[in-house]
Design a protein around this ligand. Structure first.
Ligand SMILES: Cc1cc2nc3c(=O)[nH]c(=O)nc-3n(C[C@H](O)[C@H](O)[C@H](O)COP(=O)(O)O)c2cc1C
Length: 246
């Protein structure tokens, strides 16, 4: 394994940080590394908001309910963003609103922002920093939009906290290769038995990490997740912002 692959394989989310802020140069390097990710049709349909105002950070922590949203080296919020495209069109007297709102562009914006974020995550880890994505900002998407002053033709996707780790974290084993990688045609052969095997390994992981207090299986976590609806407001907020209108 080369050094890049070794680093990718060593990834673990970090949820406790020293009280040391990232300096401006580090923030710039991280954002520029994010920007260099591939981008669909060169559209660059995202923006990144760095949150330094303690009051806004506290409000975002309250939305997420996770302390590390407030206590970290820097908080980035990734926003899918077609505002610049809409303003360009407006200046040119071209109406693009209907086109920007198409589902295809919703996917493009979401993918573009996610690729940029993952570039930033990998860059940060290569610098010895720890990271954790913060999807829980979508607990109240409308309030995030208000707090960050996001205009129409944008929607916030997730935060990324970055900082100097004050915990080691632990490397979580993923689904087996055979389960995730299919050749030529998709197949569910052996799917459930592969998951049973994986469940046993994940239960061991939690048992070891919690001195036996937890022994969750991956499948029970997933069944719990898909036993109720969550964030039902997201659909209306995204539509309000100009997307998925059809
Ligand atoms: C888009 C996205 C949103 C996430 N949101 C949260 C979050 O709100 N809070 C949190 O603690 N972890 C969050 N995570 C981290 C995942 O829980 C974590 O990546 C997963 O459990 C695998 O663990 P690992 O990153 O340590 O390998 C998120 C990850 C992604 C990709």
């Amino acid at each position: 394994m080369n050094e890049v692959v070794k680093q990718l394989m060593a990834h673990r989310s970090i949820r406790a940080f020293e009280a040391k802020q990232l300096d401006d140069q580090t923030i710039r390097v991280l954002v520029e590394a994010a920007q260099q990710a591939s981008t669909s049709s060169f559209v660059q349909a995202y923006s990144i908001i760095g949150v330094t105002d303690p009051e806004i950070k506290k409000a975002l922590r309250d939305i997420s309910t996770q302390h590390y949203v407030e206590h970290n080296g820097h908080l980035f919020v990734f926003v899918a963003d077609y505002k610049r495209h809409q303003l360009l069109a407006e200046r040119a007297g071209q109406s693009v609103a209907d086109y920007i709102g198409e589902t295809e562009n919703f996917i493009v914006g979401t993918v573009d922002a996610s690729l940029a974020a993952q570039n930033m995550a990998v860059a940060a880890e290569s610098m010895g920093l720890g990271i954790c994505y913060i999807g829980s900002l979508r607990n109240d998407m409308a309030r995030v939009i208000e707090l960050l002053g996001l205009p129409d033709y944008t929607y916030p996707l997730f935060g990324l906290v970055v900082g100097y780790p004050s915990e080691e974290g632990s490397n979580k084993e993923r689904l087996p290769f055979e389960h995730v990688y299919h050749e030529n045609r998709y197949s569910t052969d052996d799917y459930l038995s592969q998951i049973d095997h994986y469940d046993a390994r994940i239960a061991d992981y939690y048992r070891e990490r919690t001195n036996g207090r937890r022994s969750d299986k991956w499948s029970s976590q997933m069944m719990a997740k898909f036993s109720h609806t969550i964030r039902e407001d997201v659909d209306a907020v995204v539509k309000q912002q100009g997307f998925l209108k059809q």
